[in-house]
Write a protein that binds this ligand. Structure first.
Ligand SMILES: Cc1cc2nc3c(=O)[nH]c(=O)nc-3n(C[C@H](O)[C@H](O)[C@H](O)COP(=O)(O)OP(=O)(O)OC[C@H]3O[C@@H](n4cnc5c(N)ncnc54)[C@H](O)[C@@H]3O)c2cc1C
Length: 456
């Protein structure tokens, strides 16, 4: 066939309009949101739906290793798993959802960079996790330090090192004692791990200061409950207590802090303790957005059914949601742990895909595999499949569990290498001072204040 020049000039053909596709919107990219988006991208063919994740950060924070960031044994980057490149074709919008409209099916997003936007959805997944539980204790918001975000973890590390440096610089023995007194409130797994690992760090690092000795340090771990690590049972709690006591930690059970000021705390038994450091790890609660939704809650968590469904076309899971746990004899919901959040994320992906005609929905059923708690050094406690383990064996299981659970082969390699290096050399002790103190205040760090939007 001969082709004339004219035949090459094709009339303008607008690209055929794409059929509008359902839009799945996931709020939060912690364990629940990350695994929901990742599995949805695999389960749904490209043309079946668009997937968007709205997240305050561009990474998943592997929070079970936050105590190691605070203790300086892991660099914060290592536990920040990037969303880009790991969530398949899901799109990420960085910002805070401050409003959900269930009638119009939209969310309003205050972006961390760029103008505010309203995004429409057809399927919504609320995976907003939790923030540190605050009590009306005077001084808590101004003085207390939390450990829920990477910024907080790094700030706590810098702050503790700064106290040692200031103590070395002062000639006032009372001030030195106050600077070297550290109070941790809350002896659950987060508080106990943090206290144990930070105390070891201070003992190791104080050797760099010839004017100071480990005897100058005072560490206190307080809890209103009668045991440490209640999540791991009395036997492992008693073991952890012995390890901590041997290291010189003052563990005061049945005791809490009733007031905090810039120069010290008052304990519930009336004792006054001069200190400039109070770590607040008394548990978690869903973020303020959850309360604003005005939906039924159980201990602040959204009540969902056994398919993790909140309403038609809306699902919720992880720390933000309470799903009935048929395995719990006390009738409590599944506990707020990464183990459940991650698996619930996968279940939601299956159920959202099923709602779009791909596959069949399923119930969330998961028997707890047990918890682990790293006490620093060669000590840990672990309860895999209900078997209580202590010492080096528990330590190996704890490390192995985290290495497998971090959702990135690169991060696993780097974390493993870091741990190895820590065995051969003393971890560095440098305050980088990158974190603005205002970002580490309990309120701001855990975003009950929206980020300031900037247009750039
Ligand atoms: C120090 C520490 C140690 C821990 N150790 C363990 C352990 O050993 N084992 C274990 O199983 N669990 C552990 N946990 C608990 C575990 O980290 C949580 O249960 C888990 O992170 C819950 O996952 P999630 O997806 O519900 O929430 P998260 O992982 O908290 O993620 C929620 C995400 O949503 C974002 N977000 C919140 N609100 C909004 C909004 N309005 N708009 C946009 N984004 C929003 C947050 O920024 C966050 O990124 C530990 C927690 C801490 C703090």
């Amino acid at each position: 066939m001969t082709q004339t020049h004219d035949a090459k000039v094709l009339p303008f053909q607008p690209r055929p309009r794409r059929e509008p596709r359902p839009h799945v919107l996931v709020v939060g990219a912690g364990f629940t949101g990350f695994y929901t988006a990742k599995h949805l991208a695999r389960l749904l063919p490209d043309e079946a739906a668009d997937i968007t994740v709205v997240s305050l950060t561009d990474h998943l924070t592997y929070s079970p290793l936050l105590p190691e960031v605070a203790a300086g044994t892991l660099d914060p980057h290592l536990i920040a798993v990037p969303l880009h490149g790991t969530l398949g074709r899901a799109r990420t919008v960085q910002g805070l959802v401050d409003e959900v409209d269930f009638t119009e099916r939209t969310v309003h997003v205050v972006r961390t960079h760029g103008p505010e936007v309203t995004i429409a959805w057809d399927r919504l997944v609320l995976a907003t996790g939790s923030v540190t539980r605050l009590l009306p204790t005077p001084g808590l918001r101004e003085i207390g330090l939390g450990l829920k975000t990477l910024a907080e973890g790094q700030y706590v590390h810098d702050h503790v090192l700064r106290q040692i440096e200031l103590a070395d610089a002062t000639d006032d023995p009372r001030e030195r004692r106050a600077l070297l007194t550290f109070v941790v409130v809350g002896a659950g797994y987060a508080g106990t791990e943090t206290a144990a690992q930070l105390q070891r760090m201070t003992v190791q690092q104080i050797a760099r200061f010839p004017r100071l000795t480990p005897d100058d340090l005072t560490w206190m771990l307080l809890d209103l409950s009668p045991a440490v690590l209640p999540e791991l049972g009395p036997r492992l709690g008693a073991y952890a207590l012995r390890v901590l006591a041997r290291r010189g930690m003052q563990v005061r059970l049945g005791t809490t802090v009733t007031e905090m000021t810039a120069v010290g705390v008052t304990l519930s038994d009336g004792t006054r303790v001069a200190t400039h450091t109070v770590l607040w790890t008394v548990g978690v609660t869903p973020p303020p957005l959850v309360e604003r939704l005005g939906l039924p809650v159980q201990r602040g968590r959204l009540v969902v059914d056994d398919h993790l469904r909140l309403r038609v076309d809306v699902w919720a899971a992880g720390d933000s949601a309470a799903a009935a746990n048929p395995y719990d004899e006390r009738g409590l919901a599944y506990p707020p742990t990464a183990q459940h959040a991650q698996r619930q994320g996968r279940t939601i992906a299956v159920n959202v895909a099923a709602s779009l005609g791909h596959g069949t929905p399923r119930r969330y059923l998961h028997h707890d595999l047990g918890l682990v708690a790293d006490l620093g050094g060669w000590r840990a406690v672990a309860r895999p499949f209900g078997i209580p383990l202590t010492g080096v064996l528990a330590k190996a299981i704890t490390k192995g569990y985290h290495l497998l659970a971090v959702p990135s082969p690169g991060a696993r390699l780097r974390i493993g290498a870091n741990w190895l290096a820590n065995q051969l050399t003393r971890p560095p002790a440098t305050q980088l001072g990158f974190v603005d103190p205002s970002d580490a205040r309990l309120g701001a760090a855990e975003h009950d204040e929206p980020p300031i939007a900037s247009v750039d």
